[in-house]
Design a binder for this molecule. Sequence first.
Ligand code: C2E
Ligand code: CA
Ligand code: CA
Ligand code: CA
Length: 278
Amino acid sequence: VKERGRGDFRFYQSQMNVGLLSRMKIDHAMREALEEQRFRLFYQPQIDLYSGRLVGAEALVRWTDPSLGVMAPSDFISIAEETGFIVTLGGWVLREAIRQGELWQIQGIDLTMSVNVSAAQFHQLNFVESLAQWLTASRLPASRLELELTESILIQNVDETLIRLDALVDLGVRLAIDDFGTGYSSLAYLKRFPIHKLKIDRSFVQDIPDDESDAAISTAIINLAHSLNLKVIAEGVENDIQRRFLLDAGCDEFQGYLCSPPVDPDSFVQLVGALGLS
Ligand code: C2E
Ligand code: CA
Ligand code: CA
Ligand code: CA
């Protein structure tokens, strides 16, 4: 038993080292990729459900590494969050999305640019100051920038968070709660925090209208949002049945493969031509 225990321990230890090694390797590769400008932003259209016209774009980071291949955000974002690199990467994402949004404004493409913000990034001491500087230097109106915040951001350090959200609203920036309903939802913070929009998570949208609970939850989020004077957008809409259901339930906007996956900026401009702007 003793011997087997030792063997198990050695096995466990080497597994841990492999995990640690690949995390360090990926962290190193991410830092190199940023220096060598290998990160890209793709953009997914956000559509007004009533008019069918384009109202916004969500910026989503993309990374193809020459030796590691295509890296999914779901894999590298969590590592970047653990190592702290997300602060640097998230700063780049914000500046790049602002730059693209400004360029499109100049070209007459007036849309809201939505950007995902991680907890570590949001809670950085100089987060609001840096954003204010980038916006001042840009011709993108602050009202055309929307930050997608998760519920987990909002429940950390509530008093400090409230001050920060107020400062962001003073800049003119819009605030959305991403993946709404999947985190530690507290209805109290909806009352307390200056939020503009709720984003219904894909997990609730996926099986509507067949799954009655998901249909009920989606409808409840839409009604909750509207009774608090918030806008509501559904993500992960893949078919017309889902779109119809959300339209009938009074949802304001949607995004998903039904319209388009996230695409590079050139393809996005072609979509604008096809869809028109609201
Ligand atoms: P998210 O913010 O919930 O983004 C939505 C994800 O769903 C995106 O995956 C998008 O490509 C995908 N999606 C969009 N429409 C559909 C659809 O109709 N069906 C299906 N099955 N999927 C759809 P992606 O780009 O792989 O990003 C995954 C997650 O990684 C994001 O989830 C977000 O949490 C994070 N992420 C991506 N880019 C950034 C970033 O720049 N900063 C931060 N902090 N997080 C990011
Ligand atoms: Ca998002
Ligand atoms: Ca400005
Ligand atoms: Ca989501």
